[in-house]
Design a protein around this ligand. Sequence first.
Ligand SMILES: Nc1ncnc2c1ncn2[C@@H]1O[C@H](COP(=O)(O)OP(=O)(O)O)[C@@H](O)[C@H]1O
Ligand SMILES: [Mg+2]
Length: 320
Amino acid sequence: MNPLLRIDGLSMEFRTRSGTVSALQRISLAIEKGETLGLVGESGSGKSVLSYAIMGIQDPAARVTAGSVQFAGMDLLHMPERQMADIRGREIAMIFQNPRVALNPIRRVGDQIGDVLARHTTTLARDREARAVAMLQAVRIPDPQRRARAYPFEMSGGQCQRVMIAMALAANPALLIADEPTTGLDVTTQAAIMRLLREAATDRQMATVLITHDLALASESCDRIAVMHAGHIVEIAPTRELFTRPRHPYTASLIRSVPANAASLADLDAIPGSLPDLRSPDLPACRFADRCSRAQALCRTQTLPTVLEGESMVACHFPL
Ligand SMILES: Nc1ncnc2c1ncn2[C@@H]1O[C@H](COP(=O)(O)OP(=O)(O)O)[C@@H](O)[C@H]1O
Ligand SMILES: [Mg+2]
């Protein structure tokens, strides 16, 4: 059976004044229907760029230099923008870290959900309001009838995040991309939002890409985890396996460096070195080589293996 989303050898770069940024290199990934895949990595590793590439939202400076993105058998990279715009929102929805930016500040939240229904579903105009209220109720907004008439500024960050989830789920997408959906929220709200997302994934057989720098969060919510470093996916494995038996030295040091009670990559400074400059014209084949205690000369010169074996992949010449 074909996976819902399949990315093969995707490379992407940005042309900037100060040079060409190699933001993604030979990314390969497959996600099955109903699966939750975590995408973890330090800030700047390419998580957001990858999610934008899947959504077909591109900076004018961005260029895909190799690879393909297939969704339900369709080639997303060469799709006319009109058709892509249809898929976006209906088949693939996205939620962001900062809902206030994504929400329209001068439109009532109920109407914003109604707009999604109008655009992407066959819901009749007269049923949209009731459906929007039901969506607000589904994401546990208290007094949804009344709150549907509120503007985003009248709501807390957590409530706005719920509204954005309601909008994302309104069209019943097959794939949800959640980019740091709970960053900046308090712990209780964080847990509630994650419960909502898991519930939606189970009830609707919706696949989810959960982008986070929070390893603990990923470990609780994901079936599999892909680890990114400097524009590469260095390892993919089922969650339990990744934590009990990491195979890439970077994954191992990530897990080791996160104190059990902090669990956020933002807090860690224990991994020696930093991300290489992605503008450098002679990046080593393994972009972790300069930070890796196992590295040998060939790590800098020989293309990394990135072949999926079953559900797992490790892009390393000397895995653990
Ligand atoms: N529009 C852009 N122009 C140039 N470089 C960019 C642009 N967007 C992202 N990048 C670069 O791509 C890399 C990955 O960024 P990003 O995907 O935002 O990282 P993450 O989401 O993992 O923190 C970074 O080096 C970033 O500077
Ligand atoms: Mg990001």
